[in-house]
Write a protein that binds this ligand. Structure first.
Ligand SMILES: Nc1ncnc2c1ncn2[C@@H]1O[C@H](COP(=O)(O)OP(=O)(O)OP(=O)(O)O)[C@@H](O)[C@H]1O
Ligand SMILES: [Mg+2]
Length: 263
């Protein structure tokens, strides 16, 4: 089981886009669940034409004290192509209440599931954020940031605060200009998990705007997410990982959201 949290410290660097793409390209045969836990309100249902329910709200309403084995799956919807997702409430007011109710139980549920990896879009976090119990419970937190001075400064402060609370945290760059991962790591003294390609055309398609990019799987954004997914999945603390030689080199993205979005 691997529980990967993605968040931002400032601005809108592309957390949701990375979370969706990472989950969609997570390597088989692992089962991956995407959770939208953004306390500012969720956007995935709107972007992918899903209903507001079921999702985190309905899960919280039925299971405040912990989840039965299949409870979470009953509240998941599917992104185009089949990726299971727990959508967050669109309202920030509701999201904050729901996250306070559900964050701890969700971490507990994921910790007991060797067969599933969970990618969580934690949105922007701040001191006292209702998402913090979730953020501090994950295996690794990636603070997504555009590598510009104005975004890197708050992101590195957030990273330090997360590390001080015992969380394994790294920066994840969206693009490598003006500063690349080596320069960011050495100048700020931080771990950089990787770079997601700065790819506005593909991001526009994935965020529901109009446009077309041909084969989504070959785009810089999706390819960079697939590379990161492979690294993260390989590092997952899983005791019973099953190797399936037939699926070597294939990713969920080859059959899931990256296909479905283009239909
Ligand atoms: N890899 C990328 N390259 C270029 N543009 C991107 C990339 N990822 C996202 N974007 C663009 O950035 C904007 C925000 O994307 P997204 O909603 O994923 O960010 P976010 O950090 O989740 O924002 P929020 O804080 O509102 O939740 C969108 O216009 C999207 O098209
Ligand atoms: Mg977002």
């Amino acid at each position: 089981m691997s529980l990967v949290g993605l968040c931002s410290a400032h601005g809108s660097p592309g957390v949701t886009t990375v979370a969706v793409t990472l989950a969609a390209t997570w390597p088989e045969p692992r089962r991956c669940l995407l959770v939208e836990a953004d306390s500012s309100g969720g956007v995935i249902a709107a972007r992918y034409g899903l209903g507001d329910t079921p999702g985190l709200s309905s899960l919280a309403a039925t299971a405040r004290r912990g989840f039965a084995d299949d409870e979470v799956w009953r509240h998941a919807q599917q992104l185009p192509g089949g990726l299971p997702v727990l959508v967050g409430p669109a309202s920030a007011d509701e999201a904050q209440v729901v996250l306070r109710d559900v964050a701890g139980a969700l971490v507990g549920w994921a910790a007991g599931r060797d067969e599933v990896d969970v990618i969580v879009d934690c949105g922007r976090i701040w001191p006292g954020s209702p998402t913090l119990p979730l953020v501090t419970g994950v295996d690794v937190v990636l603070v997504v940031v555009r590598p510009s001075v104005d975004q890197l400064r708050p992101a590195s402060h957030r990273l330090a605060a997360l590390e001080a609370s015992g969380v394994e945290a790294r920066l994840l760059l969206v693009g490598d200009r003006p500063y690349g991962p080596g320069e960011v790591a050495s100048t700020l003294g931080v771990d950089v998990a990787g770079v997601i390609a700065f790819d506005p055309r593909t991001a526009a398609v994935l965020t529901g705007a109009r446009g077309a990019v041909g084969d989504l799987r070959r785009t810089p954004l999706v390819r960079s997410a697939a590379t990161l997914a492979e690294h993260l999945a390989a590092a997952a603390p899983t005791s019973d990982r099953e190797e399936d030689p037939a699926s070597e080199g294939r990713t969920v993205g080859e059959r899931e959201v990256v296909e479905g979005v283009q239909r």
